[in-house]
Structure formats: structure tokens, C-alpha cells
Write a protein that binds this ligand. Structure first.
Ligand code: PLP
Length: 482
């Protein structure tokens, strides 16, 4: 749905749904938030949900279900083996993607675990447009390495390129020549490229890249976790696709790949995951991993109620009214903050609005985690929980030095169908306040640093008393009750 036109004012994004069930929110007083931040080791993952006003950590598993999804849960067929819900889910995914073989999993990283476990040998390379934290961790754990071949322009924070997630075809050819096709476990293209700001990849680019892979006999894998946002951009930004339906575009994309996997916590508005495998032999070869690590082959660790809901969620994903909501709210948030001078990743993508932390708090050195500091400050100044997506989300180099991230961002996720426009305006307001007080924000250092995926559970402390000073300034402007 294009933006709804207004008679007497500038258009704003419009919710194409109405609220039926609500959850009460609480805004803790400022000083309490300061205490909570210390308790959480300056890691927003370790905050309690009840201490958060606007939870913009992620879009994973927190999207609003529709009435149809919730009512479908009642007809879920509870069975350890042979659940009818599984067969309905498999049939729906086959209808959408044209692949009949489904390996069910409990979530997206389980798909990555199984794929890499089966396909990656020590020394192997996996080609990607860009990595996602869990996809890379699974590959490197097995002695493989990833080659991120996104086009250089994709990493430029401010841009008006419509498809910043595109892979560089020259780099792909050069990488195959350097590694040798036999050493490449697979080519993984990520729709709605998460870590560079939810930026889409064009159909044209996916086609060209997978053509090269096929020429060299390299397996092609689509990470479809963020496909729904990507589909919106394929339809609205790719001239050749503008008259195609979302379902037609989905099938055109699916036809390019040997394997498609997804996190159902995003794709499908539920909680689960799955791997679709075109080749029968490869499909059967991976079945054992499901029974060993996930559950029986007809539920793979998912609740059948969630599976039944996701079947409807997949259907809703084919509806342009549904999938346009996230990108339109994000575009509004990015546009308004950009107008206010806040350095944003542009153009707005899917998944969330992203602040360019390297630019906004350029006085904080990379090894004091600029995005980590900014995300902590945002919780202090507004009760908004975002997510660090920068150096803190990387793992250290083998010699123990910091791996400085190419992009240093704060992500403000827009879980689908969850937030209203007034809540979005509140976020814009608090980010602007923080921008005007950005010089008061200081760095962080680890006090407990896990070796793997440290951003999830690591604990940090501020390098000075900057949080206290920042809170004083905030309370002076807004009072201590907010
Ligand atoms: C692109 C992408 N791939 C994989 C995953 C992992 O999915 P999950 O969180 O369900 O394990 C995510 C989750 O954020 C993702 O965004």
C-alpha cells in the first residue's frame, strides 16, 4: 500500500490494523533507570523487560500476531510425531517457495548450526553479502571463515542507494578464483541485511550472484529471516518488479536458491524456524541433525501452536499492506531524525532505524564501544532499549586484539505491528535530546567478557562518571519522574 494521502497536512505512516489486545507499559523514573543500567552491566540484553518503556532491542519473536494467527493456534494438532500442523506448514511453505522438503527447527540459528555442521569443513570459506552474528559464529567455530563481499557503497552510512545489501559481483569472482570453488562451502545471501542496517538486496543482484555460483557448482543459500522487508523494497524500488505481486516476487527469488532458511521469529511473526532444501539427498543427509539437536522431524523444537500461527503469518507476509508497515514507520523515523541533524543510516531499511554511532559519538574510541555507550545512554535518557551493532557485537581477533566493526550502529528495532506513531515521535524526541548532549556520553570497558557472542551476556562499566552527569542534565530538562 502506498502512503495514505492527507488533505491538509503532510502524510504520516498509517497503521493498517487496529489494536485488540494491549500490554501496559511503565516508564521508570530516571534515577531508577540509572540503577538498572548498573545492575545490567551496561548491557541492554541484561535489562528486565519490566524496566523498559520502549523495547526496540529486536524484531525477533516480539512481532504482534494477528487475530487470525491467534485463532489458528486453537486448531494446532498436538502430537510428537506426525502432527497435521507440520504437514500444513510444509504445504504452505511449498506453496510460497516451491520447495517441498522442510526441516523444522526451533529458531534461525539452529538452521545455521545444522547447515554449517553439515557443510563447513576446517579451512572452508563461506561467501556472503554480509555476515550475521550467529551465522558467522557457527562457521568460524567449525574452522571455516567468511568472506563478506557486500559492495563498498553498502557500508557508507549516508547514501540514497536503494539496495545497499547487494553483493559485489567482481569480488565474488575474485574470491572464487582465490579460494577455489571446491573450498567454498556455500554462498549465503542475506535478505534485508541485518548488520548494515536492514538494507535490502535486489532480485537482479541475487540472480547475477547465484548465476556465478552455479557456474562454479557452488551451493546457494538464502537467509530469508528478513525477507519480508526485502520483498517490500523489491516491489517498491525495483522497477522491473513493480507490477508483480509479492507472492510472484517471492517465488522468483526462491527459484534462485538450493537452500532457503529462516528465523520464524521474524519471517512468519511467530517463534520457530525452518530449512527448505531442494535436493532430496542433501535434505535426507541433514535429517539426523534435526532429531539429534532440535526435536522430531514434525516439530523440530517448535510449539505446534506457534507453527499453526506461523502458517497464517507466512500468508500475511504475502500481503503488501502487512509488509509495508515496518519499512514505512522506519522511513518516517529516519527521515525526521535526519532532518534534525542526527546521523542516521540512510536510506531507511527494514527491521529498524539505525543511528550511525561512529559519527554521533565520534569522540569515543572504537575500543570503548561507541555504539554500546550510545545504546546505554538511550536507555538512561528515555527508557528506550536499542541494540548495539558494532565492535562490541564482534568477536576478538585470534591474537586478542579488538576486531573493529566496519559499521558502528545503534539499532532501534521496529517489531512489526507493535508501536504507534506517538511512540515513534517520543523516540525521535529523546534521540534528538541525546544528540544535543552527545558530548556528555563516554565509553565503556568490559568487566566480564565471554569468548563467544560476548554482546549477549558480557558485563561492562563506564570509563568515568559520565552516566551520572548525563542523568543530571536529563533530569534538569524533564524532571526526575521521567
Ligand atoms: C538475518 C538473520 N539471520 C539469522 C538470525 C538468527 O535467528 P534467531 O534469532 O531466530 O536464532 C537472525 C536473527 O536476528 C537474523 O536477523
Amino acid at each position: 500500500m502506498p502512503e495514505i494521502k492527507f488533505y491538509n497536512r503532510a502524510p504520516v505512516p498509517m497503521e493498517m490494523h487496529k489494536v485488540k489486545i494491549v500490554q501496559k507499559l511503565t516508564l521508570l523514573p530516571a534515577k531508577k533507570r540509572l540503577q538498572k543500567m548498573y545492575d545490567a552491566g551496561f548491557n541492554t540484553f541484561l535489562l528486565h523487560n519490566s524496566d523498559i518503556f520502549m523495547d526496540m532491542l529486536t524484531d525477533s519473536g516480539v512481532n504482534a500476531m494477528s487475530d487470525n494467527m491467534q485463532s489458528a493456534m486453537l486448531r494446532a494438532d498436538d502430537a510428537y510425531a506426525g502432527s497435521e500442523t507440520f504437514y500444513r506448514m510444509r504445504a504452505k511453505l511449498e506453496e510460497i517457495f516451491g520447495i517441498p522438503n522442510l526441516l523444522p527447527t526451533h529458531q534461525g540459528r539452529a538452521c545455521e548450526h545444522i547447515l554449517s555442521q553439515h557443510l563447513v569443513k576446517p579451512g572452508n570459506c563461506v561467501i556472503m553479502n554480509y555476515h550475521f552474528t550467529t551465522s558467522k559464529a557457527h562457521i568460524t567455530r567449525l574452522g571455516g571463515h567468511v568472506e563478506e563481499l557486500v559492495k563498498d557503497e553498502g557500508l557508507v552510512p549516508k547514501s540514497n542507494l536503494p539496495f545497499k545489501g547487494n553483493i559485489d559481483l567482481d569480488k565474488v569472482r575474485a574470491c572464487i578464483a582465490k579460494e577455489g570453488a571446491d573450498n567454498i562451502a556455500y554462498m549465503r545471501l542475506e535478505a534485508g541485511t541485518n548488520l548494515i542496517g536492514g538494507q535490502p538486496i535486489s532480485y537482479e543482484n541475487m540472480k547475477a550472484a547465484t548465476d556465478i555460483a552455479k557456474e562454479h557448482g557452488i551451493l546457494t543459500v538464502l537467509d530469508a529471516s528478513l525477507l519480508q522487508d526485502n520483498l517490500y523494497f523489491n516491489k517498491t524500488r525495483e522497477e522491473a518488479l513493480k507490477d508483480k505481486s509479492v507472492a510472484e516476487i517471492t517465488r522468483m527469488i526462491a527459484d534462485l536458491f538450493d537452500v532457503i532458511y529462516f528465523s520464524g521469529r521474524k519471517f512468519g511473526f511467530g517463534r520457530g524456524g525452518g530449512i527448505l532444501v531442494r535436493d532430496e539427498a542433501l535434505f535426507h543427509a541433514m535429517e539426523d541433525y534435526i532429531t539429534m539437536f532440535e526435536g522430531f522431524l514434525t516439530y523440530g523444537g517448535m510449539s505446534v501452536k506457534e507453527m499453526e500461527a506461523m502458517i497464517i503469518g507466512f500468508e500475511e507476509t504475502m500481503d503488501i499492506d502487512v509488509i509495508s508497515q515496518g519499512p514505512q514507520f522506519i522511513a518516517h523515523c529516519v527521515r525526521e531524525l535526519d532532518k534534525l541533524g542526527v546521523p542516521m543510516i540512510t536510506p531507511g531499511g527494514g527491521l529498524g532505524a539505525h543511528i550511525d554511532a561512529r559519527q554521533m559519538v565520534s569522540h569515543i574510541p572504537s575500543n570503548e564501544y561507541p555504539a554500546g555507550s550510545l545504546v546505554a545512554a538511550l536507555y538512561l535518557c528515555g527508557g528506550i532499549r536499542g541494540m548495539e551493532r558494532g565492535t562490541l557485537s564482534e568477536e576478538r581477533n585470534p591474537d586478542g586484539t579488538e576486531h573493529i566493526a566496519s559499521v558502528e550502529m545503534v539499532r532501534l528495532a521496529f517489531p512489526r505491528r507493535v508501536f504507534t506513531l506517538s511512540q515513534t515521535e517520543y523516540v525521535i524526541d529523546r534521540v534528538k535530546w541525546l544528540y544535543d548532549h552527545r558530548h556528555m556520553i563516554g565509553g565503556l570497558r568490559f568487566v566480564h567478557e565471554p569468548k563467544t557472542l560476548r554482546f549477549f551476556t558480557g558485563k561492562l562499566e563506564p570509563v568515568s562518571d559520565w552516566p551520572e552527569k548525563l542523568m543530571e542534565a536529563y533530569i534538569a530538562d524533564f524532571g526526575d519522574d521521567q
